[in-house]
Design a protein around this ligand. Sequence first.
Ligand code: IMP
Ligand code: MG
Length: 181
Amino acid sequence: MMKDIEEVLVSREQISEMVKRLGRRISEDYAGKELVLVGVLKGGFIFLADLMREISIPVDMDFIAVSSYGESTRSSGVVRIIKDIDLDVVGKHVLIVEDLVDTGLTLRHLKDLFNTRGPKSVKICTAFDKPSRRKVEIEVEYNGIEVPDKFIVGYGLDYAGRYRNLPDVCTLKEEVYAKKH
Ligand code: IMP
Ligand code: MG
């Protein structure tokens, strides 16, 4: 696995610092409110697990699974709900927790969807952001680390189902994409 890495773009130390910063802000902003974190599977599970432990107020959580990618490195723009959340979010504050905002299509869809379910608010928290790739306008209230327009893996982010377990966010060597799995 390590031999496939070209470069570490965001180190585990930088990630940990970012998670602490966002956790502190969320704890202050949602104090006294009923907060539900909705992690976007699969990529968001590591970030959600880390972020939740940096939140010092009572918080509930759930997961939603979406698919927009298949095995390619480009978004198809089609968002498919594979698994919905179990919780009722009526009267609650929903914070969608995502690994990365790229075109914004996934989160635009999810934000609109949750807004139809009677919550008090729906906001977005992302670990990584690629603003240069945005296709639709979307407000991201909690923004971790901005990354360049490069395909990245690690900290939950995958290429064809692999590399999610890398603790740092990395780019892969050209030859990895050229090769068939
Ligand atoms: P969007 O709908 O284009 O914003 O897609 C966002 C989703 O695409 C992210 O949650 C990731 O799962 C995936 N994605 C976008 N860019 C990358 C990348 O560089 N590496 C891995 N996954 C990515
Ligand atoms: Mg994702």
